[in-house]
Design a protein around this ligand. Sequence first.
Ligand code: F6R
Length: 359
Amino acid sequence: QKGGYRFFMEKEIYEQYEVMSDTMIGRVLDNEISFEEIDENFLDGISRIKLCACGTSYHAALVSSYLFERLSKLPVQVEIASEFRYKEPLLTKDTLFIVISQSGETADTLEALKMAKHAGLKTLAICNVDNSSIVRLADTTILTRAGIEKGVASTKAFATQVMVLWMLSLYFGKRCGVLEDSQINKELDAIGHVPTVLKNALDIHEKCKRLSKRYLHGHGFFFIGRDIFYPLALEGALKLKEISYLHAEGYPAGEMKHGPIALADAELFTIALMPKTLLYDKTKSNVEELSARDSTILAISPEIFDLADDFILTHNHNHPMLEFFEMMVVEQLLAMEIAIRLGNDVDMPRNLAKSVTVE
Ligand code: F6R
């Protein structure tokens, strides 16, 4: 069943480029994005978006908050479902309420969706499991088509959620008339390259295996990045802690000096996401500060960075989202190799369940 892979998680990481093509099929056309799930009048009366989810799906929501504001010019708020439920949120009917869930059964997300429906909001689910509770309740669903995900640590479900959200932000941008044709074409071109990027990113697996030896000890990990690479940093840290049980935190790179840098010393490992196409110099100066405080730096970047103790050299891309997807694979492989080296059951980490149906 594992098709020769050691764990389902490994199989699912290796499958990502194939399932991504399924996610895109019929939706990415020559010069536009199309969603048959969404009708003509869907955005009528909508002037803002609220996204709600848990865990990794919440990280996908955070990534999309950058994309929706950039490409659709719609203001976005992102909520953790367990917080949203009890904060007495103010809900207005000009809000499109989007829930994101791999399983479609997460209790907090389902309850948040019920609250939004009760308040009369238009609701959209982005989900991997057809006919799940969330799908049955939402007004409209876009399925991510990742196939069954068995590993408890979410990989291909996250990748396809991000893809659907990116396509959706482009689709809304076009529908709202806020994008130039040249911009639409640039995004479509990048979207078309994602499966190849996911495939080529696997070349880095051996390097991750080798590096995993050196990143087993120490008193913790900082994953840092800016912009969409900040939620990717959160996701990298979550993957690592879930399966390796090592302490890891994700941070916006610019936040280090507001407190966390106090932890920096040689036993603190910094995993720096340093894309070339987005805020490279800003991120670099944040990493330099950590290096000056002796943190051990593993840089993930297409650009050689002298101060890094270790390096994972990524490919050059002309779009931040392509760098995003490649670095996502690197984080997944690194977390998995560290966990395997520690002797953990990567598919069934302690204390965790695949679907969290209680609050
Ligand atoms: C992390 C992970 C969890 C889930 C979370 C939400 O790898 O899998 O954090 O993302 O429990 O689950 P879904 O997406 O099924 O609502």
